[in-house]
Design a protein around this ligand. Sequence first.
Ligand SMILES: NC(=O)c1ccc[n+]([C@@H]2O[C@H](COP(=O)([O-])OP(=O)(O)OC[C@H]3O[C@@H](n4cnc5c(N)ncnc54)[C@H](O)[C@@H]3O)[C@@H](O)[C@H]2O)c1
Length: 481
Amino acid sequence: MAFERVGVVGLGTMGAGIAEVFARAGLRVIGVEADAEALARGRGHLERSTGKAVDKGKLAPGQRDEILGRITLTTSREDLRDVDLVVEAIPEILDYKIALFKDLDRICEPGTVLATNSSSLSVTAIAAATGRPGQVVGMHFFNPAPVMKLVEVVGTVVTAPGLVADVAALAGRLGKTAVAVGDRAGFVVNRLLLPYLNQAAVLMELGVAGRDDIDAAMKLGVGLPMGPFTLLDLIGLDTAYEVMGVLFDETRDRRHAPAPLLRELVTAGLLGRKSGRGFYGDPPREEPAKSRPATFGVTGAGGDGLAERLRAAGFKESEDPDVVLRLADRPVIEHAVRLPDPARMVGVHLVGDHVAELASTALTSEEAASAARDLVKIAGLTPVPCKDRAGFVVDALLFPYLNDAVRMHDSGYASIDDIDAAMRLGCGYPAGPFEMLESLGLAKVRDGLRALYTEYREPAFAPAPLLDQLVTAGVSRFPRP
Ligand SMILES: NC(=O)c1ccc[n+]([C@@H]2O[C@H](COP(=O)([O-])OP(=O)(O)OC[C@H]3O[C@@H](n4cnc5c(N)ncnc54)[C@H](O)[C@@H]3O)[C@@H](O)[C@H]2O)c1
């Protein structure tokens, strides 16, 4: 099927980028917005995005003019009469989308393919609202659309044979990698990503760790392109909130219930980048200067490297230290209560080469916690202060996500390679969840999940049976066909 003229409805965070992607590939684009004001904003997105590409030397000024010249902007849907494909990118609210698709069905030629960029809504429900359910698919781009290489192409039980392959071929023409999936809330990427983002907000609300510390842990410790709160601001908190709601409606998994904090910020109009403020955007706070700690002790298996780093940084080990750093293998408090002065113990979990999570127990003194932060900073690590909870920050966010990926694969929804590719290309992760599982070690993740389950009694934290069985069998890689 040839797609040469396309319509894009909604030119916000996603739609403007999608219009740009089509125009870059040489297709003619009609961009539709709700009103003149929103259309001007959409034009602004397009001009800024292509302007940046010129500034960075990625696009010649003449090419930019050609790209913008292929895009016609309008507030009239009727202009979409003759296009081959329409991609819709209006807000994530089913009623709005259904009303729009009914209208597109009336306006467009019978052969026109209608696609939704929805992150989570039922493509089947949208298709069924039209007189052409076989011609309706999901075409789910990632943010920012001109940069991210993935498109999830969503077929339903009534999609015409061959259409998913045709739309996937179009994605290839746009320079993207298509992953074809069935119609489940959140598809592959958001089903795995959003619960992790939501859980980060929950951890913050529980006071396990702060915004900047959680972001630093996931970015610098795990190597993700950005931390969860930066990503939530990029996605838009309203969009994230709606997607969580759709996931929850389908799964009734309470981890999918939007964190109350998200609702509060959305109600306050703090939507992230698009409104100028979300989790970030508040005035920066000054950190009070701290005095340098004098002496330290390190206990627990694997602490030699840290002790060596601290000695190299000029600190002294002592039998009566200011702070005892305990490499944590179980709740830190269990070790602390055995000390003559439990207030001096801080749990440590080294994440990668750059991050040290520092867990304070209910008994840790502010002096010891602050001394531990200073020690690891001077030793060249980024401290992530947190509470003494199973998994601290990183494992509590990472392991359930990995577990979800195993369950998703085991349910037959998507292959290991598709899930890995989707997370790498859709989120810019350095590795997919199965690649991460295999490099961390399946047993380590299984044991970490057991500890999380014991602590939080959250059913979804129980290790996926497939993971558990592979560990029991002594297998270190997931079987691939
Ligand atoms: N934000 C993300 O990271 C992301 C990523 C992938 C997919 N999506 C999906 O893309 C869709 C759009 O999300 P967004 O983040 O771009 O939202 P957004 O709020 O940034 O943009 C939505 C745009 O739609 C316009 N609009 C609303 N009603 C309209 C109508 N009837 N006709 C024409 N335009 C209309 C609005 O004026 C606005 O410009 C959602 O379905 C969302 O789930 C979002």
